[in-house]
Write a protein that binds this ligand. Structure first.
Ligand SMILES: NC(=O)c1ccc[n+]([C@@H]2O[C@H](COP(=O)([O-])OP(=O)(O)OC[C@H]3O[C@@H](n4cnc5c(N)ncnc54)[C@H](O)[C@@H]3O)[C@@H](O)[C@H]2O)c1
Length: 253
């Protein structure tokens, strides 16, 4: 029970990797707030956790709307009285389809759409949670980046840039928040078979990534939840501003 009674917000917790973090954290005793723009998916995860005897609560949240984020923070405080962990996982990636291609072809509005969720959404969730954590003089912020940023993966320039921004923001916030005992770290899963529809193209992409790894197999959500748990728990109390790469040794960083 490494997160016993810790109040944890997981953005994008309704699907894929976010759902896996929610299950793992709840199993470790956390009170998990699932903050997804897909309210029905968030409710389904909360119900599943509660049926299993854990504590889950869904709060429909759009991380591109500051009012919605403020409602999430206020609702969490009203219900649980504090915010111990903020896991910024929501992104445009699988559940909400993303355009792919070259920089010179990238539609301008598609660039904005992805940056709005993947980078500005992280910034706004942190902006709203930091005052609460400062008052508590404690807190853990975990941001989800991506190996695409380290690789320079070439077919999703907006996504890759947004994740580079998440790493930069993590480092800035780590330096700013140490005096309040707030840890800010980020981690990156590798190419992971999450909740997507497995087409031939998806299967090939995941298999190609597996082939480049030290551990030559397809990554699954359960491969990354232990690292998130470490970053959320007291075991990482003296660690801040870091990026942990959890992808089987394809990138050695
Ligand atoms: N699966 C991978 O291969 C992989 C690799 C590296 C990093 N990541 C990162 O891990 C995280 C989860 O990825 P996933 O594979 O589970 O993808 P996913 O698309 O299934 O999950 C993203 C979640 O964010 C939610 N979301 C989207 N827009 C939102 C908004 N405006 N407000 C609130 N919630 C919103 C979606 O509903 C979904 O539940 C993402 O940050 C992704 O960039 C994934």
């Amino acid at each position: 029970m490494r997160l016993k009674d810790k109040v944890t917000i997981i953005t994008g917790g309704g699907h894929g990797l976010g759902k896996a973090y929610a299950r793992r954290f709840a199993g470790e005793g956390a009170q998990v707030v699932i903050a997804d723009v897909d309210g029905a998916a968030g409710e389904a995860v909360a119900e599943e956790l509660n049926r299993a005897g854990h504590a889950g609560w869904a709060r429909t949240t759009d991380v591109t709307e500051y009012d919605s984020i403020e409602g999430l923070m206020a609702g969490t405080l009203e219900r649980f009285g504090r915010i111990d962990v903020l896991l910024n996982n929501a992104a445009i990636y699988v559940t909400q389809k993303m355009w792919m291609g070259r920089v010179e072809d990238c539609p301008l509005d598609e660039w904005d759409r992805v940056l709005e969720v993947n980078l500005k959404g992280v910034f706004m969730c942190c902006r709203a949670a930091i005052p609460v954590m400062k008052r508590q003089k404690s807190g853990k912020i975990i941001n989800i980046a991506s190996g695409t940023f380290l690789n320079g993966t070439s077919n999703m320039p907006h996504y890759t840039s947004s994740k580079g921004g998440v790493v930069a923001l993590t480092r800035v916030m780590a330096r700013q928040l140490g005096d309040w005992n707030i840890n800010v770290n980020c981690m990156t899963p590798g190419s992971t078979m999450s909740e997507e529809v497995v087409t031939e193209d998806v299967r090939k992409r995941r298999a190609d990534s597996a082939g480049r790894r030290a551990f030559k197999r397809v990554e699954v959500p359960e491969d990354v939840t232990g690292t998130a748990l470490f970053l959320a728990s007291a075991d990482s109390d003296f660690m801040t501003g870091q990026l942990l790469v959890v992808e089987g040794g394809g990138i050695i960083h």
